[in-house]
Design a protein around this ligand. Structure first.
Ligand SMILES: NC(=O)c1ccc[n+]([C@@H]2O[C@H](COP(=O)([O-])OP(=O)(O)OC[C@H]3O[C@@H](n4cnc5c(N)ncnc54)[C@H](O)[C@@H]3O)[C@@H](O)[C@H]2O)c1
Length: 312
């Protein structure tokens, strides 16, 4: 008998709620919306609200709010947003002291209850959190990935589309490196339906857009007092969908590196193919010397925060 896939969302906050909404509206599977015992009723309430919404839209998937890990048992996909988001003035790295014990707790429970899940980590500081999740669980690198590049690329694409006066559908761009202020928009591969972006948008405008993209998360934190959640959730769902539907999408994701681009034993944003086997391959492309220098700088920042994780 065919059954629906089970998608466990760890953290029932802003991103968790939007993830649940997208999973059921895209009919990807049944949802378990998990949070800590102190937030159990909050998770249950959000789940109930979303289930009632699905009745109006006519979606059949169920959403269970819970604080019991046993309810997550056997999940096919686990998406982790557990932890605190940034407040105005904070960097992602400022979250490490609070979010490190949280990701360890989540990793231990995921290992015990969801040993076969494809795991997408969203919690910040992203590259360090996904590294620690993989280290703690010892899950295969194909099954643990971090979400940042899809979001950062989406922000870059939107700003370019607005500047060029074209549809966002026609802008293709990839942002690599760590999910920090020195992320690397790959300008040499950025096109508007195959046409070089440099011929449609002036260089100084592009420079401003790169700067805005790098600070894109902070801009929203400054406006809302908390992190973005709609676009982050959509980005993770694109990755989950690629896995569940074996789409073989080429997406920029934080993947575990074992020598690719010259880096090892770290997670950082690179182009990967996601399909039914998880991270099926890391695609290595030739970067311009300037881009490679930027990637090296970004890798150094990621390494410094990973070193903090390893020492604690
Ligand atoms: N990777 C990215 O691109 C990206 C983008 C935006 C936000 N983020 C990060 O995602 C995380 C979540 O953001 P949010 O806006 O949803 O925050 P939120 O505060 O709305 O929700 C986080 C939830 O995690 C829960 N939680 C805490 N400890 C937990 C534990 N041990 N187990 C399960 N749940 C636990 C909290 O109770 C809370 O409900 C933050 O760290 C934020 O910085 C990442």
């Amino acid at each position: 008998m065919a059954t629906r896939k089970k998608i466990a969302l760890i953290g029932a906050g802003n991103i968790g709620g939007e993830l649940a909404n997208l999973v059921v509206s895209k009919q990807l599977g049944d949802v378990v919306l998990f949070d800590i015992p102190a937030k159990e009723n909050f998770a249950k309430g959000k789940a109930l609200d979303l289930e009632q919404n699905s009745a109006i839209h006519g979606f059949d998937a169920s959403i269970l709010g819970t604080s019991k890990w046993s309810d997550c048992a056997g999940a096919d996909v686990l998406i982790v947003t557990a932890g605190i988001p940034r407040k105005p003035g904070q960097s992602r790295d400022d979250l490490i002291a609070t979010n490190l014990p949280i990701i360890r707790d989540v990793a231990d429970n995921a290992k015990a209850h969801c040993p076969n899940a494809f795991v997408i980590v969203i919690s910040n500081p992203l590259d360090a959190m996904v590294y620690e999740f993989k280290r703690r669980t010892d899950f295969p690198k194909e099954r643990v990935v971090g979400m940042a590049g899809v979001l950062d690329s989406g922000r870059f694409q939107l700003f370019l589309a607005r500047a060029a006066g074209v549809s966002v559908k026609d802008v293709r761009a990839t942002v690599l490196g760590g999910h920090g202020d020195d992320m690397v928009p790959v300008l040499s591969a950025t096109t508007i339906n195959g046409l070089p972006v440099s011929q449609l948008v002036p260089a100084e405008t592009i420079a401003g857009i790169i700067d805005r993209t790098r600070k894109g998360g902070g801009e929203i934190v400054g406006l809302m007092g908390t992190s973005a959640f709609y676009a982050p959730a959509s980005s993770a769902i694109a990755m989950a969908e690629a896995y569940l539907l074996d789409q073989k999408r080429l997406l920029p994701c934080a993947a575990f590196l074992t020598g690719e681009y010259g880096y090892s034993d770290m997670y950082m944003g690179v182009p990967v193919v996601i399909g039914g086997k998880g991270v099926e391959r890391i695609v290595q492309v030739v970067l311009s010397p300037e881009e490679k220098t930027m990637l090296d700088k970004s890798a150094k920042s990621v390494q410094s925060i990973v070193d903090v994780v390893k020492k604690n």
